[in-house]
Write a protein that binds this ligand. Structure first.
Ligand SMILES: *Cc1c(COP(=O)(O)O)cnc(C)c1O
Length: 397
């Protein structure tokens, strides 16, 4: 039931779950079990042979997890989806399933810090090389494509600089060579951006962020064609084993129900805070894709519903002065992660991107002055009041 629900507001609540199959339970039950009992030995044989549908063992599948996977597939307009124990479990499972030794990956410049370290690790230990590409034009991508290019990995909006990459342009370049495109859709969630509808092949999420929305779970999602998802399920999910727990899947099902209303409020608050920051004399270079002056505003209008909940900006000061500004905040919490009800602030150069070599950081635009703000669901006036007070203290310092 609940396949092809047209409106996302309905799909986040109903897709992938039929109460009739679960004793009429309104909420999806948590199947907190490691294994499933076979009626007899022959049934066990049939299940392992793939001749009969049904559960075997929770690393291979679990009803609570399955409900989440079906809902996420629906939301991303995918044929299938898989849930993982973390966003990085999803990213690594997808990249390892798509590549073999001697392959080549083209990756957008300025990816999530641990994705960058994973690529470095794959290169050092598994002979899978990678190149970073700005992806501002189709030619830049075409020039990097080689016969051994196994996938193109894209993050947009880019963390933490908030630059955007035109997904239609990337798929145009890739499809001529039959190269799959993977998109990290964490910053937008399917409510704001659906990469598969522009021809991308696989979407990955840190579900820890907007999918959960409540800062109480670490989890990941991959969604795409049945071909890719089956391959990942049968290899890097099953055998490396980064599976999600039934309870964490349940938390995500619960969080998803309010995704559209949360995202609307995140976007409304972020648009307001971005405008206020832009007006402040001590703030420089406010990066918010929903701002008409943003360099990639045209791309935002093309592929995103709204500008999202993340802003980055720079303060004209030393690293120590920037840290003092963060310490002055009281409502806004200093923490990495994003997409939670609470407004969170962090300093990429010394936190999320500290593992990226300094030379690479400056190429990506991650200066010591850059600050990333994940605008929460509080009253926007309260969020601004906290920022303004800390800015005034920064001035005095
Ligand atoms: C957080 C994050 C990840 C990693 O996800 P985890 O759930 O922390 O493993 C990957 N990509 C992006 C864009 C992220 O923000």
């Amino acid at each position: 039931m609940a396949k092809s629900l047209k409106n996302m507001e309905t799909a986040v609540i109903h897709a992938g779950y039929n109460a009739k199959d679960h004793a009429g339970s309104l909420a999806t039950p948590i199947y907190q079990t490691s294994t499933f009992i076979f009626d007899n030995a022959e049934q066990g044989e049939r299940r392992f042979a793939g001749e009969e549908e049904g559960y075997i063992y929770s690393r291979l599948g679990n009803p609570t997890v399955r409900a989440l996977e079906e809902r996420m597939a629906e939301l991303e307009d995918a044929e299938a989806a898989l849930a993982f124990s973390s966003g990085m479990a999803a990213v690594s499972a997808v990249l390892l399933a798509m590549t073999k030794a001697e392959d080549h990956i083209i990756c957008s410049q300025g990816v999530y810090g641990c994705t960058f370290s994973l690529l470095e690790w794959m290169e050092a230990n598994h002979q899978i090389s990678f190149e970073l590409c700005a992806m501002e034009t189709e030619e830049q991508i075409q020039q990097m494509i080689r016969p051994d290019t196994a996938c193109i990995y894209v993050e947009t909006p880019i963390n933490p600089t908030m630059k955007l990459i035109d997904l239609e342009m990337v798929t145009q370049a890739a499809s001529q060579h039959g190269i799959p495109v993977v998109v990290d859709n964490t910053f937008s969630s399917p409510y704001l951006q659906r990469p598969l509808t522009t021809g991308c092949d696989v979407v990955v999420h840190s579900a820890t962020k907007y999918i959960s929305g409540h800062g109480d779970v670490v989890a990941g999602i991959a969604a795409g064609s049945s071909k890719w998802i089956n391959q990942i399920a049968q290899s890097t999910l099953k055998d490396i084993g980064g599976v999600i727990s039934p309870f964490d899947a349940w938390l995500l099902l619960r969080g998803l129900k309010t995704l559209p209303i949360r995202m609307d409020r995140h976007c409304e608050n972020a648009a307001y805070i971005a405008q206020q920051l832009k007006k402040h004399s001590l703030v420089q270079n406010v990066h918010y894709p929903g701002d008409q002056d943003h360099a990639d505003y045209r791309i935002m209008k093309k592929q995103m519903k709204k500008g999202g909940g993340l802003i980055s900006f720079e303060l004209d000061g030393t690293k120590e002065q920037v840290q003092k500004f963060l310490n002055e905040l009281s409502l806004i919490r200093i923490a990495v992660s994003l997409g939670d009800a609470e407004t969170l602030i962090q300093h990429p150069a010394t936190m999320t991107h500290s593992a990226v070599p300094e030379e690479m950081r400056s190429k990506m635009g991650i200066t010591d002055q850059l600050i990333r703000l994940s605008v929460g669901l509080e009253a926007k006036q309260d969020i601004w009041q906290d920022l303004e007070r800390a800015l005034n203290a920064f001035q005095k310092g």
